[in-house]
Ligand binder design. Structure first.
Ligand code: N7H
Length: 499
């Protein structure tokens, strides 16, 4: 059964700032998906396109969609985490009432919904739905054990800072709702809750929202987000610098996913959710206290440079590898140039392992996508589609003046991949938290690198002395936990999960 479609007369639940890839037209998406053999009516809209997000999104198809999801920013999004109390009733409601409301990738592209709904299930949720035996074996141990079992491995100081509702394995599923108004989300959610009645219990929910005014599309530290996501397939040229990955790196059961899984899982994707608190006043204080002291830079410019070197991009999105000393807003908003670099000099296939003058090896975007730093060149197995969104209020004046976070804000981090061990978990554990990656002595990723709450050595941040070591005594990003989910295809919901 397919959801009812309607045209919104040009209104969109997505916001696409300059500098990010644009959505394909309906015709382009149709042609591309046909060529790729993908049924975009069957893939939930969050996987590639992302009616949902900003940091990391999703929609579908071999190139277009992926490219799309990549850049799309959702205006408002709600994450509604639930437990299943009555499986028989839940399945019945899922089939007749919820399924017609679930938004496909094609509907997102065609702008045919004013509130996008996606649904995903945890391992305990699949068991609650009586998906057992071989049908239950998604062949991803990390997913099977749940995120709480992975906390220490990810560098969290166990679950000390976790939202209590994420501790344990009681969350069976999550519904993701995105729209251009909170009122639409509230109305849709109330309708869903009334339809599901006592078959579910609300466990926790989180409200994401795009930041206001000139900060639209920027995360809470102030940096433009959602610029670089991989595209899939092979028939559409990626934007310059955009990673081209096999479809199966994001979608289960497609070319490039060589893991054996039950047939029903095809065209689904593993969804990683993390509530990542950001200590913005503390981050700003660190920058103000440690300006890069370079001739020609004011202290404020020195602080901005330090922040840019921690990320690898300026606030505008311009990559520091291309503009190492000053921000270049025109470059930041030019999607044909703002991702067009490899960390190697022009004409070289690999980067210079001793040169951090333009970008530190520890910079967040270099740790999480080392491009030509790898001896084999660009990796093809550790990509994720990021589809997060900021949550929490803007920094208040008294927080700025006291340099202290009083109200929680951060990133509702969402990532899609066909293999969590090779995707999110690998990026966090084996690259961001690994002091020896990509070379010995590099230290942690200063943004997301985690050392179980202990201080973090970070090197290469000062371009005037790249052997200078920083020791970060504070985590600017604090994990509040989350869960691992599987976001199934629409036909899997219809034919397997609701029967
Ligand atoms: Fe990151 N930030 O604002 O500092 N991230 N990230 N991320 N991130 C990126 O290219 C940020 C997190 C990746 O292809 C940008 O979209 C923050 C986790 C990857 O060049 C910015 C948080 C993981 C990329 C941020 C956070 C990643 C990337 C540049 C947490 C995975 C693409 C804009 C609060 C484990 C790299 C852009 C590439 C880019 C920020 C989390 C991964 C500005 C604040 C947990 C793969």
């Amino acid at each position: 059964m397919k959801p009812a479609l309607w045209n919104l007369g040009g209104k969109s639940i997505l916001f696409n700032p300059q500098g990010l890839p644009q959505l394909p037209s309906l015709q382009e998406a149709t042609n591309a998906s046909r060529q790729a053999g993908l049924n975009l009516d069957d893939v939930q809209g969050g996987h590639f396109v992302s009616p949902f997000s900003c940091h990391h999104v999703c929609c579908i198809d071999e190139t277009w969609l992926f490219r799309t999801r990549i850049g799309m920013r959702k205006v408002f999004e709600r994450f509604f985490f639930f437990g299943i109390s009555d499986a028989t009733e839940f399945k019945a409601r899922l089939k007749t009432d919820i399924l017609p409301l679930i938004t496909s990738t094609m509907q997102v592209i065609a702008n045919q919904t004013d509130t996008m709904l996606n649904i995903a299930f945890s391992q305990t949720g699949l068991i609650a739905l009586n998906i057992t035996g071989p049908a239950n074996d998604l062949n991803d141990t990390v997913f099977t054990n749940g995120q709480v079992a992975d906390a220490s491995n990810l560098g969290d100081p166990n679950t000390t800072n976790w939202v209590p509702e994420f501790v344990g394995t009681n969350i069976h599923g999550v519904m993701l709702l995105a729209s251009d108004t909170e009122a639409s989300i509230n109305t849709t959610l109330a309708d869903l809750q009334s339809k599901l009645g006592n078959s579910i219990t609300e466990i926790y929910s989180l409200r994401g929202a795009m930041r206001p005014n000139e900060n639209k599309g920027h995360e809470h530290f102030g940096f433009l987000d959602g610029i670089s996501n991989p595209t899939v397939g092979g028939f559409q040229d990626p934007l310059p610098g955009q990673a081209l990955v096999p479809t199966g790196e994001i979608l289960v059961g497609e070319t490039g996913d060589n893991v054996t899984r039950p047939e029903w899982a095809k065209d689904g994707s593993f969804l990683v959710f993390r509530q990542l608190k950001q200590l913005v006043p503390e981050f700003n204080k660190f920058l103000a206290d440690n300006p890069i002291n370079e001739p020609g830079l004011t202290p404020e410019q020195g602080s901005e440079l330090l922040g840019a070197r921690m990320i690898g991009r300026w606030k505008s999105g311009a990559p520091i590898f291309l503009t190492p000393k000053f921000d270049d807003p025109d470059l930041g908003k030019d999607k044909f140039r703002n991702n067009d670099f490899t960390f190697a000099e022009p004409g070289q296939n690999s980067s210079d392992p001793t040169d951090q003058s333009k970008c530190p090896f520890s910079a967040h975007i270099r740790k999480t996508r080392p491009r030509a730093d790898l001896s084999v060149g660009e990796n093809t197995t550790h990509h994720i589609v990021r589809a997060g969104i900021p949550y929490g209020p803007e920094v208040a004046d008294d927080e700025s003046s006291s340099n202290t976070t009083e109200i929680e804000r951060g990133l509702a981090f969402v990532a899609y991949q066909s293999n969590i061990t090779a995707g999110f978990q690998f990026l966090q554990h084996s690259w961001a938290n690994n002091q020896k990656f990509v070379h010995s002595g590099v230290g942690f990723d200063p943004i997301i690198g985690a050392n179980a709450g202990a201080q973090r050595p970070v090197n290469g941040l000062d371009p005037t002395n790249t052997t200078r070591n920083f020791t970060l005594t504070i985590d600017f990003v604090v994990s509040r936990g989350g869960e691992y989910f599987f976001s199934p295809s629409i036909s899997a919901i219809a034919n397997t999960l609701s029967v």
